[in-house]
Design a protein around this ligand. Structure first.
Ligand SMILES: *Cc1c(COP(=O)(O)O)cnc(C)c1O
Length: 408
């Protein structure tokens, strides 16, 4: 009799964002003429930078000739891309060894896959609210423990973020082993400052914990005291994995490319207390579970590091950030409590009169024909909040803001 991995039955039946789709589709059926504006989406909408498109055309042509054909990529990615990444870090004063860089098919895969190489009994710290994948990956890998009456998992320490701490996670009072940090945060758009980041690194050093730092939005950072990399903090290489992605910066959400950094200095212990470099296990996992990502896409990603590539990325981000700032300012004008929109495309706001997230979702849909993302899908502390994003077109964003001007 084949048995299944019952941990997979413990996660919600549908991925939380599908719930939004279901409600939007129901509304569309009843109101086929409504001009809906999706101000809540977490996907980019502008085209991929032309340098990357051109590089990919060239790469594809190479594959059409026997002399320049390429088969399997090295599992950890091609050197031509890894070298650009190393150089980019060096330009920020951070020395990353070439061996430490692993190209992947986007941040999401590694966020889940890291579970393969970590012990089952680790206590995991996860911010609330945050990107739902950290918690779901923890549940599916059998690490979450059991579900308490308050609908929280026994082996997960929730780092509550709310009005009291301005939605910035605080150090746990108990000992945790693995910490997921996301800065700039999705969904709140808030960031961890250099001083705060040092507190996290010191905590991890003191407790032999590791930090999985999700820097998917690092390209959106505008303020100087917000670290773009956790490795800006001394000794962070001993305790942190950093994950980045070309998805949100260069429109690669459909192309798929990102990378993870596993510094050689980062060790994790066996039951017997022996320290083992985590990179050793990660290399082994990669060699067995992946054959890398496509040559064409890696050439596209490489082109993003050229001068033109950097310019085009800047333009993309400026475009989204103009929208985000407009949203932020309009909501403040409406008298709402607003976070994000400064180092992040996301604007997070408290609903009027403490309306529950899903109820306010319906109000936005019905009265304004605007689709937001209910804060509660990102965690308990998100109840009573909504997420908007700067990812729509400028025109649509303006129309949406006209609809809500002074009416919330
Ligand atoms: C979008 C997003 C990701 C996923 O990025 P991909 O590289 O497209 O897989 C990871 N983390 C956060 C916080 C995100 O918002």
């Amino acid at each position: 009799m084949a048995l299944l991995n019952e941990n997979y039955l413990k996660t919600p039946e549908i991925y939380c964002f599908d719930d939004v789709e279901k409600r939007v589709n129901a509304y569309k059926l009843l109101h086929p003429k409504a001009k809906l504006i999706r101000l809540g989406i977490g996907d980019v909408t502008r085209p991929v930078p032309s340098v990357a498109i051109n590089a990919m055309h060239t790469a594809l042509d190479e594959l059409s000739l026997a002399e320049t054909f390429r088969g399997y990529s090295p599992p950890k990615g091609y050197d031509f891309l890894i070298e650009k990444i190393v150089r980019e870090y060096r330009s920020k004063g951070i020395n990353i060894n070439k061996e430490a860089v692993f190209i992947n098919d986007g941040a999401k895969s590694d966020i889940g896959n890291i579970g393969h190489i970590l012990g089952r009994d680790n206590i995991i710290a996860i911010a609330d609210p945050v990107y739902p994948v950290y918690e779901n990956a923890t549940i599916m890998s059998g690490r979450a423990g059991y579900l308490n009456e308050d609908r929280k998992w026994s082996n997960v320490v929730y780092l509550k973020c709310n009005e009291q701490n301005d939605f910035v996670p605080e150090l746990p009072t108990e000992k945790v082993d693995v910490i997921y940090l996301c800065s700039p945060n999705n969904p709140t758009g808030t960031t961890i400052s250099k001083t705060e980041m040092k507190m996290w690194v010191d905590y991890a050093l003191e407790h032999n914990s590791i930090i999985i730092f999700d820097a998917a939005y690092q390209a959106y950072i505008t303020q100087d005291d917000v670290p773009v990399s956790i490795y800006e903090i001394k000794n962070a290489k001993k305790i942190a994995i950093e994950i980045r992605s070309f998805s949100k910066s260069a429109g690669f959400t459909g192309l798929r490319c990102g990378f993870s950094i596993f510094p050689q200095e980062l060790t994790v212990r066996t039951q017997m207390g022996e320290a083992v470099p985590l990179i050793k296990l990660w290399s082994r996992r990669n060699a067995n579970y992946t054959n890398g990502i496509s040559y064409v896409v890696q050439r596209g990603a490489e082109a993003l590091f050229s001068r033109k590539g950097k310019q085009e990325i800047r333009q993309l981000i400026d475009y989204y950030m103009t929208n985000a700032r407009m949203i932020r300012e309009e909501l403040i004008q409406c008298g709402l409590k607003v976070y994000g929109g400064i180092n992040s495309p996301y604007v997070w706001f408290k609903t009027p009169d403490n309306t529950p997230s899903w109820k306010f979702f319906q109000v936005l849909l019905q009265d304004f024909q605007i689709v937001g993302t209910p804060g509660v899908v990102f965690g308990h502390e998100g109840e009573g909040y909504m997420r908007f994003a700067g990812f729509c077109s400028l025109e649509e964003t303006k129309i949406a803001l006209d609809r809500i001007r002074n009416r919330l």
